[in-house]
Design a protein. Structure first.
Length: 292
């Protein structure tokens, strides 16, 4: 059972209350301090998600794109597991229950859950379009490939809109002045959790779009080469140019397959994140709603 704790939550860069003006025993029943396992664990997961590279580049030898995106989903999931543990603490729940600002948290969780739900739909559509594009490339069917690529680009634009929406969630407004110290402390850490989730979500959505776009570009290049060279190139298979065209088609097929496998590999992680977001929003709603 949770009992009284001393101290306060303070994130890096946030101002600390003056020790000289407040007695140490003044908040003996306040929110658990950073030394409490649930609070320190959540703080650690926020920091870990922030340190996850948002844009991998060659200078740091980034992991394969699929692994990088999975790591992002894993980080978001761990953060929300830690948040769930914090929301179970009676003292944390007591601080949330009378807080009018908590309605904005509920709205943020709803928007994040909507974004991740829409991401799953967009990812499923991308996977189907990639499969269709690969089949059309393999069968040298320009018309079918063009149709698949047009549908693919529409799904990519949907992902770009989701990434933009997630970035907007991260731009939370400042707290109203005059909040009690303990209430401001829990508000800060919860808002930081939302901001870290939104920023990482935007990066994940954009990362999936980038992987898919690279495959689309390769397929479009193969289509252009096929339509330009036509039958003459197929008859001149002994020439270096014909061999190069064959290699380009093979590379396009490989990219399309890897992109499809990458998206398939994200299903478990994206489902876990969506479920965690919905569960934590329900927990917040139960805290804020009076029991009947």
């Amino acid at each position: 059972m949770v009992v009284a704790f001393r101290g306060s939550i303070s994130l890096p860069g946030s101002p600390n209350p003056s020790e000289a003006n407040k007695p140490r025993h003044a908040r003996s029943t306040s929110l658990p301090s950073l030394s409490h396992p649930a609070v320190s664990h959540l703080h650690g997961q926020i920091c870990a998600l922030r340190s996850w590279p948002l844009q991998p580049d060659g200078r740091h030898s980034p992991p394969p794109a699929g692994e990088w995106i999975v790591a992002g989903f894993t980080g978001i999931g761990r953060l929300h597991d830690a948040l769930h543990d914090l929301l179970r603490l009676p003292l944390a729940r007591d601080r949330l229950r009378p807080a009018p600002w908590a309605d904005r948290l509920l709205d943020a969780f709803l928007r994040l859950a909507d974004a991740h739900g829409s991401f799953r739909s967009a990812a499923l559509a991308l996977r189907q379009h990639l499969s269709e594009a690969r089949a059309a490339t393999r069968r040298h069917d320009p018309g079918r490939l063009s149709s698949a690529l047009r549908a693919h680009r529409r799904a990519e634009k949907a992902l770009a809109r989701l990434a933009s929406a997630a970035k907007d969630i991260a731009r939370h407004p400042p707290l109203a002045p005059g909040l009690p110290a303990d209430e401001a402390e829990i508000a800060d850490i919860l808002r930081e959790a939302v901001a870290a989730t939104a920023t990482a979500s935007a990066a994940v959505f954009a990362g999936v779009a980038a992987v898919s776009s690279a495959a689309e570009t390769a397929a479009a290049s193969a289509l252009k080469g096929s339509s330009t060279v036509g039958t003459l190139m197929r008859l001149s298979s002994t020439t270096k140019k014909a061999a190069w065209e064959s290699e380009r088609e093979t590379a396009a097929l490989e990219r399309l397959e890897k992109a499809k496998e990458c998206i398939e590999g994200l299903e478990k992680g994206s489902e876990r994140v969506l479920r965690s977001l919905m569960n934590n929003r329900v927990s917040l709603l139960n805290i804020l709603s009076p029991s009947l």
